[in-house]
Ligand binder design. Structure first.
Ligand SMILES: C[S@@+](CC[C@H](N)C(=O)[O-])C[C@H]1O[C@@H](n2cnc3c(N)ncnc32)[C@H](O)[C@@H]1O
Length: 462
């Protein structure tokens, strides 16, 4: 059987939040049977939990050893294949994920490189991303042919790569920005993008930033927040679609529900949001969602897809999204959102689509509504006005308006013009705003220095 098909059959049960029996008791008769087939097999029965799967894994390990030996031979090296195979079996029996051993995992149809230190992509995530793209494939035309995707907490870079692969439309100029806080993840995502991306240079970019850092906090030291990193590396400030599979497991759920293999080998940074010992467990698990939704608001995302652990977390995320009051609609997707099972309705009034465990929350607004085939597009500017971070510039604060010849409240042209200007040249745009603010309002604003982030009270959306 093709490796991808087997992956789907049994790795989908390996979601990091699905409890499994960690030490299955294996009947002696099965151990004997395994040993007669291959003396290496019994050690694989515990992690694989069935003879068939153990045989398949052993076959993949042999193929992997052959590949490595061939590559080394080509460089003039010789390796002891038997010793290498035994080492792989030993590591696997101690719980090391096969994906780290073989160095790849399938994500949809893509073979993504994996490495310790970066989360192994899960098929549930791929199912949500593929379903979103399935809906978007039908859109006759996006903006001016361009579609912008912001992937926060990108890990291996699997989400934007699958999005691009599944969209497969030559008429859409897909622009991607993938963000992660970890150097190991950024480097691996870069390798995956170099191997698998079909983008023109510059269309798929990576950015190191911490999405948890308050964009208005003093940023003189340490890790950059997203806003500052985007600004410094001259990325657009506005994105059509925001996707994120953030760390979302609370500390207690980490110990209760994850497997020994996940805890022992996958990075905690990718799974459990940071927090203080003794803090609120649920709040810590949900830590990323308010930040991600605030970013979605600020970048004016028209569609937001956030992965969650279960229905309870989905309900809390829906509540947060509703409180923002910027979305036209919200629904929740299960593991298989394409299933023909009838949709259900949650007591909190949202639709739950598909079959299996609850896995993601989808929000949409403005044009995003029509892209998803939900309702006719509303004027996005209407929503921008409602967005809590945005207020039209009052006459007194006109020092921020550098295009005073334009009517202050003609939102459609005003917003569009600023968006175009900023995206064309964010640096000079910031300089312009900074200089104008300095010149016109020096005393009132008590300007202390000249680093851009000291102008944090200038709204991000200029
Ligand atoms: C659950 S993993 C998801 C990886 C990938 N998107 C996937 O679906 O396989 C979460 C990722 O978030 C990153 N991360 C953790 N804290 C972060 C932060 N404060 N800012 C940005 N990324 C963060 C981790 O390095 C990790 O790669």
């Amino acid at each position: 059987m093709h490796r991808d098909r087997i992956n789907r059959r049994y790795r989908s049960h390996q979601h990091h939040n699905v409890p499994i029996s960690e030490m299955p008791r294996i009947p002696i008769s099965l151990l004997r049977q395994a040993h007669t087939i291959d003396p290496l097999l019994p050690a694989l029965l515990a992690p694989c939990r069935s003879l068939n799967v153990a045989q398949t894994e052993l076959r993949w390990m042999r193929e992997h050893v052959d590949r490595v030996a061939k590559a080394r031979r080509a460089r003039g090296d010789i390796i002891a294949k038997g010793a290498m195979l035994r080492q792989l079996v030993r590591e696997r029996s101690s719980g090391k994920p096969l994906q780290y051993q073989l160095g790849t995992e399938y994500f949809g149809d893509l073979e993504i490189q994996c490495r310790p230190g970066v989360l192994i992509p899960r098929q549930d995530t791929a199912a949500s991303v593929a379903n979103l793209v399935r809906l978007l494939r039908k859109v006759p035309k996006f903006n001016e042919g361009e579609l912008r995707l912001l992937d926060l907490c990108t890990g291996t870079g699997c989400i934007p790569l699958l999005f691009q692969h599944e969209l497969a439309r030559n008429d859409v100029d897909l622009r991607v920005l993938a963000v992660d806080v970890s150097d190991t993840a950024i480097n691996l995502a870069r390798e995956n993008m170099q191997r698998l991306s079909k983008s023109k240079p510059g269309q798929m970019a990576l950015l190191k930033a911490d999405v948890l850092i308050d964009p208005f906090a003093d940023q003189t030291r340490g890790m950059r927040n997203l806003k500052r990193a985007m600004f410094e590396e001259q990325h657009p400030q506005f994105w059509d679609i925001l996707i994120s599979n953030p760390p979302y497991i609370s500390p207690s759920a980490y110990w209760r529900t994850t497997t020994r293999s996940v805890r022992g080998f996958e990075p905690t940074l990718a799974l459990v949001p940071p927090g203080r010992a003794g803090g609120d467990d649920t709040k810590q698990g949900d830590l990323f969602y308010p930040k991600l939704l605030a970013i979605a608001r600020d970048v004016e995302a028209k569609i937001v897809l956030l992965e969650v652990a279960n229905l309870e977390q989905a309900q809390r995320v829906v509540r947060l999204a509703r409180a923002l009051d910027i979305f036209d609609g919200i629904e929740v997707w299960r593991e298989d959102p394409t299933s023909s099972a009838p949709n259900s309705s949650d007591k909190h009034g949202f639709t739950i689509v598909g079959e299996g465990n609850v896995r993601s929350v989808l929000c949409w607004r403005g044009k995003g509504s029509s892209w998803l085939g939900k309702v006719a597009a509303q004027d996005d500017n209407h929503r921008i006005l409602q967005s809590s971070s945005f207020r039209p510039v009052p006459a007194k604060a006109a020092h921020l308006d550098t295009t005073s010849s334009q009517p202050q409240f003609d939102m459609s042209s005003w917003v569009e013009q600023r968006r175009l200007e900023f995206d064309r040249n964010p640096c000079s745009r910031w300089k312009q705003i900074k200089n104008r603010a300095k010149k016109n309002d020096r005393k009132k604003r008590k300007v202390k220095g000249n680093t851009w982030y000291q102008y944090a009270d200038i709204p991000w959306r200029t």
